[in-house]
Design a protein. Structure first.
Length: 320
């Protein structure tokens, strides 16, 4: 429990036809102020769903389980009235750079008008909004005067992404959730953008949740890391420790599949393919260290050497 962001027993389901997908399975974690928390895991592991739950952006066919609690600075976000959440939290305390966000700018509006929209709905004057917008465009290393007047279709992907990051900072939020913020960009642009994001964290003190399936990117940007598999947190700890010595077999498989992390091409191994197990440990169908008990018993997450790991190989893990 941190007193900044505390997610408790969060579950999210999606109804698809007559069945339900458990996209986030009763997960808890905390984040400290000032941190950059990386959330990694392969496609479909529930990263975006987790982010949307914090932003109260889960829409039907999705629903949040009734036990779920999300505390931000002591306030339960899920218990707030929608109008209060929009007025007091969204943009002001917590903002968002959505996945595939380059399409979220309106091509018929100039860049500056996007800033005005958000600013006016929160009571900023035009002068204040203009000044802040130009400063923020400068912060993300864009030419403020030119870009403010431009239409989104006139900008490159990397520039649009920088506009969206600037926009997310307009009301000086304490936490920004960035979902695959650099994933669609070329490597040089990625690197440049990651430096900017790091500076924002350092200079403005903005806490960041950085969601990505790209492990080197997460390794570069984050101070703490959560590894997700099939809707569960399987490992959580300091980034450099997880990178150096992943404990969970899934984390280990992820790290082993990345040449720049392994440093030695001969030791790079692809992850064994397969669907999550329907009983026991969800990863047991793909795990290279699977034991008999893993096929029938579901491991809880437990503390181990300053981390949390969901695996019978570690700690005082009990079935649960
Ligand atoms: P990616 O890396 O591809 O962005 P992700 O980790 O963000 O993946 P989510 O988008 O959170 O994963 O999806 C988690 C699970 O929930 C997946 O099984 C997905 O198919 C399902 N899901 C997500 N959104 C919906 C929706 N609107 N309707 C039905 N199922 C959904
Ligand atoms: Mg996603």
């Amino acid at each position: 429990v941190s007193g900044f962001l505390d997610v408790r027993d969060l579950s999210v389901w999606y109804r698809v036809g007559s069945s339900e997908i458990r996209a986030v399975r009763d997960e808890s974690f905390s984040m400290e102020k000032g941190e950059v928390l990386g959330i990694i895991g392969e496609s479909g592991s529930g990263k975006s769903t987790l982010a949307k739950a914090i932003l109260r952006a889960i829409r039907p066919p999705g629903r949040i389980g009734p036990q779920s609690k999300i505390f931000f600075k002591g306030k339960d976000l899920l218990a707030m009235k929608e109008s209060e959440f929009r007025r007091e939290v969204l943009w002001k305390l917590i903002s968002y750079v959505p996945q595939a966000s380059q399409n979220s700018l309106n091509n018929t509006m100039r860049v500056i008008d996007h800033f005005y929209d958000t600013a006016y709905s929160h009571g900023l004057s035009r002068e204040e909004a203009t000044e802040r917008a130009l400063n923020l465009l400068r912060t993300v290393r864009l030419d403020p005067e030119r870009v403010a007047k431009a239409y989104p279709f006139q900008l490159s992907g990397g520039m649009k992404q920088r506009v969206l990051i600037a926009l997310s900072l307009l009301l000086n939020p304490e936490l920004v959730i960035m979902d695959e913020a650099v994933s669609s960009l070329d490597v040089a642009t990625q690197k440049y953008l990651l430096e900017i994001i790091k500076d924002i964290n350092k200079d403005m003190g903005t806490s960041i949740i950085f969601i990505t399936h790209d492990i080197p990117v997460a390794a570069f940007i984050s101070t703490k890391m959560i590894v997700m598999y099939a809707g569960e947190i399987v490992e959580e700890g300091r980034t450099e420790e997880i990178i150096k010595k992943p404990l969970h077999p899934y984390s280990n498989a992820l790290m082993s599949s990345v040449p720049s992390i392994k440093g030695d091409l001969d030791r790079v191994r692809p992850i064994r393919e397969g669907l999550p197990s329907t009983e026991g440990c969800l990863f047991s169908t793909r795990c290279d260290r699977v034991m008999e008990s893993c096929k029938t018993q579901h491991p809880g997450i437990s503390a181990f050497n300053g981390r949390r790991v969901r695996c019978f190989l570690y700690g005082t893990n009990k079935a649960g």
